[in-house]
Design a protein around this ligand. Structure first.
Ligand SMILES: [Zn+2]
Length: 66
């Protein structure tokens, strides 16, 4: 998908740990790669949790209530 440069639309992605929408241009918790995909995090705590058990969060086995 192509986004025009003048577009002000914010790109967001879902944090796989807490399911918040995270601004992909400025993720508060940085990013992590898993299975060739990049994931974005609202905060460092979510990234650390994901990096420990990525498959548990992606399968929905684990989640964090905010
Ligand atoms: Zn989060």
């Amino acid at each position: 998908m192509k986004i025009p440069l003048f577009s002000k639309k914010q790109e967001t992605a879902e944090d796989p740990v807490c399911h918040m929408q995270v601004d992909t241009s400025n993720p508060g918790g940085g990013t992590a790669e898993h299975g060739g995909k990049t994931y974005y995090f609202c905060g460092p705590g979510c990234r650390v949790a994901f990096e420990k058990e990525p498959s548990a969060y992606l399968s929905g086995e684990k989640s964090v209530e905010m």
